[in-house]
Ligand binder design. Structure first.
Ligand code: CP
Ligand code: NVA
Length: 327
């Protein structure tokens, strides 16, 4: 890293010193982090976006190595973590389950302990949330949750950066419509920590996690977040600034796809549903299924921010990595 650039980065770290001292080791859930820390990572992501778009590549993670473990498919998470750390001067190593056999060839404890001797950070996408928590407990390096069946915190941070691109997030109300899944759970926790408004509409059979909702309601007592959970999509989207949806069939649920297409049909985000909002923006973490959870005219329409969200994964995660790997 050039001298001036590195001094400026270190000065910012010192200025942010107080709140940084209380950071958790890992990025497993946004709810583990303080509002100040999340706002600060959002600010840094916006800064990194500005630098990136003007062709600048601050080499703040020079020589650092990220191991990436994927039990499930990925386009965005894989590419943005690998390209992201490369752009900051580090590099990434892809680990696949069949190569390393966590729980079959070797215990999670031994994998975490060995990786901790070689690399600076581990990003893991797993089915079981408990596995990521266990890897984090056993690793001495930071562990980042790249999506589990329960949570998708990196997505929530990119969503925050995207919202900040069009309005003051503190004033935003977001409606989440569809399956009460990992993306919904992380969005609810983000709103709860930061004091945003979130309206959720899911079928009664597929609500967000009860444990996550209880945690969110507790956090909301401090943050002032307005969390409303119900079943009616029209009620949920009324007057909101953003409507968020996600696939009706998450990774690992493929056997239920036909059933889910029927069950979630009333939750499709289409022009009629959006007519109940004040010209809300559309959010979707992608991959999307046009004609299922969202219609093509809405997904590809002028109020859609979905590719900004995808782009912002890069900057949000780089801000997270910088923060976890600070000297
Ligand atoms: N949104 C998201 O996490 O995309 P991938 O599954 O492609 O990583
Ligand atoms: N809920 C989806 C998110 C994909 C990024 C899934 O878990 O498959």
């Amino acid at each position: 890293m050039r001298g001036l650039e590195r001094s400026w980065f270190l000065l910012q770290q010192v200025l942010r010193g107080n709140e940084m001292a209380k950071d958790p080791k890992d990025f497993i859930s946004v709810a583990d982090w303080s509002a100040d820390a999340l706002w600060s990572m959002m600010d840094r992501a916006l800064e990194l976006r500005g630098l990136h778009r003007s062709g600048k590549r601050p080499r703040t993670l020079e020589g650092r190595t990220l191991a990436m473990y994927f039990e499930k498919p990925s386009l965005r998470t894989h590419v943005t973590f690998e390209a992201g750390i490369n752009q900051l001067g580090g590099h990434a190593i892809l680990l696949k389950p069949e190569q390393i056999g966590i729980g079959t060839r070797e215990s999670p404890e031994d994998v975490a302990r060995a990786l901790s001797r070689w690399v600076d950070c581990l990003m893991a996408r797993t089915y079981s949330h408990e596995l990521v928590e266990q890897l984090a407990r056993d690793a001495t390096i930071p562990v980042v949750n790249g999506l589990t069946d329960l949570l998708h915190p990196c997505q929530a941070m990119a969503d925050l950066v995207t919202i900040a691109g069009v309005m003051k997030p503190q004033d935003a109300t977001i409606a989440y419509v569809g399956d009460g899944n990992n993306v919904a759970n992380s969005l609810i926790l983000l709103a709860a920590v930061l004091g945003l408004g979130v309206h959720v509409a899911t079928p009664t059979s597929h609500p967000p996690s009860a444990r996550i909702l209880a945690k969110a309601r507790k956090l909301a007592l401090d943050s002032g977040a307005k969390i409303v959970v119900g079943v009616d999509p029209v009620v949920a989207v009324k007057d909101v600034d953003f409507v968020y949806t996600d696939t009706w069939t998450s990774m690992g649920q493929e056997d239920e796809a036909a059933l889910r297409r029927e069950l979630f049909r009333p939750y499709q985000v289409n022009a009629e549903l959006l007519s109940h909002t004040a010209n809300a923006y559309l959010l979707h973490c992608l991959p999307a299924h046009r004609g299922e959870e969202v219609t093509a005219d809405v997904l590809d329409g002028p109020r859609s921010l979905v590719f900004d969200q995808a782009e912002n994964r890069l900057y949000a995660q780089n801000a997270i990595l910088e923060r976890l790997l600070r000297d």
